[in-house]
Design a protein around this ligand. Sequence first.
Ligand code: HEM
Length: 127
Amino acid sequence: MLLSAHSGFRYLVLLIGILVIAYAAYGMATGRPYDQRMRILAALFTGVLDLTALLGFAMILMGTFYPQLGGHIVMMILALAIAHMVSIVIKKRPPEERTYAPHLVATLLILGVISFGILAIGRPIVG
Ligand code: HEM
């Protein structure tokens, strides 16, 4: 059950990640000021990523482990670190200095890292 939930959550992570990228790109292209919707989307993305990781750690605690998983875990911890770093950086900036670019760059990077993390255990990114 944990594996199915963990596996299924990846689609939510990918979907919300794509929404974050699209919204940030739209904000940059139109030159709109940074808004609340961007902050909420990014927080949702980090939250779903955290939850997926939590399910992964629960599986390890229940005894699922083999050496190949090391690459998966390292990549996913890197993805989590980038996601949390961006939200800290944005939060620390005064509202008038917040921009869409960090969300766009970081989320592209995170989805790339996640893809390698999934491929590291020989599973398809989608399917
Ligand atoms: C550091 C956090 C994470 C840990 C500790 C972790 C751990 C695990 C474990 C133990 C498995 C089971 C491997 C197996 O049964 O062979 C697994 C599979 C998997 N994980 Fe993670 N994971 C983490 C983060 C993530 C994230 C963030 C994603 C995607 C957004 C993800 C996607 C997957 C996928 C797609 C599978 C294969 C599921 C399947 O066979 O259907 N994992 N992970």
